[in-house]
Design a protein around this ligand. Structure first.
Ligand code: NI
Ligand code: MN
Length: 217
């Protein structure tokens, strides 16, 4: 599976299906692509209703015919715009196009519906995208129950976990690999990913990407 960081919390997973998570591209100074350049998508996952996560999700769904997987309150809006949706809520699992998405808790806020994280299963790999969240003991449960091969964790502080709490989260999740996100997009979320890597130490493999970089999982 090819994993590409689009900048901020935006991720592209390209395996048997193409999945976008939190594609905030328009207005994102760190974005590595634009919605104009995206012509193929099967599933678009939105973690919560904040502009830097919902971003261009609806635009991409309309253009590609991708299914929007999101919390119920966002799916109502998406459906009203003619988008195919899989509305869900925390604790639930949906399967669409051979991709499984489990919605899990995130400690955060949102304009509509609740904020969430997602655990995605595709091609035998399990991937956790934490969305925006503070450190929570429930991450232990995510680790025990889903055993993620790879996790995307925010490290930019102020609106989410900072480096010390994100490093603690790695311990809780027991993830094998971790890619830090939600940092250096704007000055208010400045963070040094090398410092995160140092803190995590040998607890997990920390993969530091630049926006537009890909990693083969
Ligand atoms: Ni947010
Ligand atoms: Mn955010």
């Amino acid at each position: 599976m090819e994993i590409t960081w689009l900048g901020h919390s935006g991720i592209k997973l390209k395996g048997s299906k193409t999945i976008y998570i939190d594609p905030f591209l328009t207005g994102n100074p760190a974005a590595s692509t634009t919605p104009d350049e995206i012509n193929e998508a099967d599933v678009v996952v939105v973690t919560h209703h904040h502009g830097d996560h919902l971003g261009d999700a609806f635009t991409i769904c309309k253009k590609t015919g991708a299914t929007c997987v999101c919390i119920h309150e966002i799916s109502v809006d998406a459906e009203a715009e003619g988008i195919t949706t899989e509305g869900m809520n925390i604790g639930g699992t949906i399967e669409t196009k051979g991709v499984k998405v489990h919605m899990v808790q995130a400690l955060h806020s949102a304009e509509k519906g609740d904020p969430a994280g997602v655990v995605i299963e595709m091609d035998g790999k399990t991937i956790y995208h934490a969305g925006d969240t503070g450190l929570t003991y429930d991450m232990k449960l995510i680790g025990e129950f889903f055993k993620p091969d790879l996790s995307f964790l925010p490290i930019g502080d102020r609106y989410t976990m900072g480096i010390p709490s994100a490093a603690k989260a790695v311990e809780f999740i027991q993830t094998k690999k971790v890619i830090p996100i939600h940092y250096n997009t704007f000055p208010v979320v400045s963070a040094d990913p090398e410092e995160f890597k140092k803190r995590v130490g040998d607890k997990a493999e920390v993969i530091i990407l630049n926006p537009g970089d890909s990693y083969d999982l």
